[in-house]
Ligand binder design. Structure first.
Ligand code: 13P
Length: 348
């Protein structure tokens, strides 16, 4: 039974110095990450990998919540403890990805809409029984010739709003994620325009669907240059553009913004988050993280599925945890980044 209030969950997930670990990669996505590290994409390897992350010493000092995948919420640690229980015992809130992925959107060539609303009320009931207190739904928005279209933004905002309403009905905190992809040669100005339009449309839909915006977290992309853009915006430019974009569309009543990393390197994502939190003027919302790759990449690289590498992987992960914690408090630096590099184990 879910006896916690949704707002209490939002507050706990964005507590000072803390944030969210996204460990909800679908089988396809984790398969890509595993392939790059030479690991077979098997259920037992996925279980061992997630266990390594959740049992890293110091994990709960920085991680307030973990987004799980359907398989992971049903898996257990070596000693038989279900993962949601393992997390809850450490004071970490279990969450669940509930969307069914992005599918081609009819009448919008090259654009996608996220599916998964059918049966969602029943699935939310099952997931709360398994211990989930928050959920995530990701919409994917691409920049290109004539994209994003209004049609694509409206379709995705509609789905996000219906999902959020069902979550709140179930006593589950919804994280709404309209991700403008970094892929492409677009400029930071184009990313700003697309992110601005996506957020504006999203909050309009949330209100139309009677979602309580004081009881949601938003998980946006940062406003960055496209990965193949010849001019890459610097750290301060990204921080300024991102905060300006959020201020235009995210109501001050929203308790927190938990960024995705979206393909930035761990160092970039951490530096950008830090620069936003180091700004002198206070922000109306907590600015935090819900990273997957920017937290996990060095750990996965160190582990490579090899049992004797577990400690090296834990050290690499613990180092990133310390760094994002610093970024939440605006005290991250290149020196801190280098300080843990020596403890990453052989081959790092
Ligand atoms: P990245 O931080 O790797 O972008 O993943 C976050 C996430 O949950 C994407 O939905």
């Amino acid at each position: 039974m879910n006896t916690h209030s949704i707002v209490e969950t939002a507050r706990a997930l964005t507590a000072p110095g803390k944030g969210i670990l996204a460990a909800d990669e679908s089988h396809g996505t984790i398969g890509k990450r595993f392939a790059a590290a030479g690991i077979e994409n098997a259920p037992e390897n996925r279980r061992r990998y997630r266990q390594l992350l959740f049992q890293t010493p110091g994990f709960a000092e920085t991680i307030a919540g973990v987004i799980l995948f359907d398989e992971t919420i049903r898996q257990r640690a070596d000693d038989g403890t279900p993962f949601p229980e393992l997390l809850a015992r450490a004071g970490v809130i279990p969450g669940i990805k509930v969307d069914a992925g992005a599918k081609p959107l009819a009448n919008a060539p090259g654009e996608r809409v996220t599916e998964g609303l059918d049966g969602l009320r029943e699935r939310l009931g099952e997931y709360t029984g398994l211990g989930a207190r928050f959920a995530k739904w990701r919409a994917v928005i691409e920049i290109g010739e004539g994209r994003p279209s209004l049609h694509c933004l409206a379709a995705n905002a509609h789905a996000l709003a219906r999902y959020a309403a069902l979550c709140q009905e179930a006593g589950v905190l919804p994280i709404v994620e309209p991700e403008v992809l970094m892929d492409g040669d677009h400029t930071i100005e184009q990313c700003f325009a697309a992110s601005d339009a996506a957020l504006e449309r999203l909050f309009r839909s949330l209100r139309e669907h009677r979602v309580d915006i004081e009881a949601v977290l938003v998980k946006p992309n940062m406003v960055v240059s496209g990965a193949r853009c010849p001019r890459q915006a610097g750290v301060d430019e990204v921080a300024q553009a991102t905060v300006r974009c959020l201020r235009r569309s995210v109501p001050a009543a929203v308790p927190g913004v938990v960024f995705l990393s979206g393909g930035q390197t761990p160092e970039q994502a951490t530096a950008h988050l830090n620069a936003m939190n180091a700004m002198p003027a206070p922000h109306p919302w907590a600015l935090s993280f819900s990273f997957a790759r920017a937290l996990q990449a060095p750990a996965l690289d160190a582990w490579r599925g090899v049992p004797s590498q577990v400690q090296a992987a834990e050290e690499a992960f613990a180092h990133r945890l310390r760094l994002v914690r610093a970024a939440r408090e605006g005290r991250y630096s290149a020196e801190l980044e280098r300080a843990g590099a020596g403890s990453r184990g052989a081959g790092a």
